[in-house]
Design a protein around this ligand. Sequence first.
Ligand SMILES: [Zn+2]
Length: 405
Amino acid sequence: MRLCLTVLASVTLAFSMTSARAIESVDLAAEALIVDTHIDVPFRVYRNPETDVTRRTAEGQFDLDRAKSGGLNVAFMSIYIPASVDEAGNAKSLADELIALVHKIASTAPDSLAVATCTRDVEVQKSKGLLSLPLGMENGGPIEGDLGNVAYFRDKGIRYITLAHSKSNHISDSSYDSNEPWQGLSEFGHKLIPEMNKQGIMVDISHVSDNAAWQVLESSKVPVIASHSSLRFFVPGFERNMTDEMVVALARNGGVIQINFGSSFLTAAARSWSKNRTSAISAFQEEHNLQSDSEEVAAFRQDWTMQHPYPFARLADVLDHIDRVVKLAGIDHVGIGSDYDGVGPTLPEDLKDVSSYPNLIVGLRARGYSDDNIKKVLGGNLMRVWTEVENYAIANGNGPSCESS
Ligand SMILES: [Zn+2]
């Protein structure tokens, strides 16, 4: 009986400590500025136009309801251009369409959402209780080899550009593309960096090859970002993530790495699961001479997945990545770029959608981070970089055009 009481008492204590911590974390989530630099809502809505993220949605990882309960303040909307669209010559028109779509989403819920184009917008909108939606372009294809398009997209509100995506393009080699025509940046890419600096658009080195990332770090006059990348240390051989040396150089440049929450960015086990599955499927396809969209392949995929459950990463893995950046580069160079709506159902337990940021706060506190340092990770670091990029543009005659004037 005494044992039972002791167990009960400790369970009650543990429960009240956990719930107290959870309440405190919700408080901090409400107080802090939470900035997530990569959320793939526009392409999700583009593919399923009936989706209304201003209402609770059953699918996906972002909607207004969940964003509010997670305390999210700034959600960079990814203007994602697939490499195939770029190759087909339709990159610029798709970018225009996706940008218009974000404005349409914001106008559906003007009491809750607003497009943001400068750091002051973010402050003003937070004070009004609005969720800010700045724009980041994922794939520089829409620049179409014309430096004039940098100002064009700046005027349309684009505030970062990920130079390439899954394939090398006219600007840069991609980390996913073994064909590296430029050995880094193209000649045009080298001209694009100073132009982006001048126009106040952050240069994003997520997705580009190592050579390209190094060349950007050498040439950018202002801090750069990795909008949704994690650390290669934990996923050896995965060039899409950053090496320790790159993180150190990024910090020297004043920049910030925004940690991607996708499990395959976080652990080698999740990464090799995808690889193993892909090779098992292609072996099956080849053996039976089947098309990738055939019923047999779909059944094989399902069966393989049942037999090999996906090894989800945990919140602790995200914390390990953050800890390591802090150890390598200090607290001022890490943030969050979840890739919600971009990495499918591969998200860690406890970080499943935009309502999950309080869990991150609980985790960071448990690892001894002060509230001031947690605020840096949640958004302070990214806002510092954005402000520096804005200031450089102002010094070059390009003041930020804000939505809230
Ligand atoms: Zn991406």
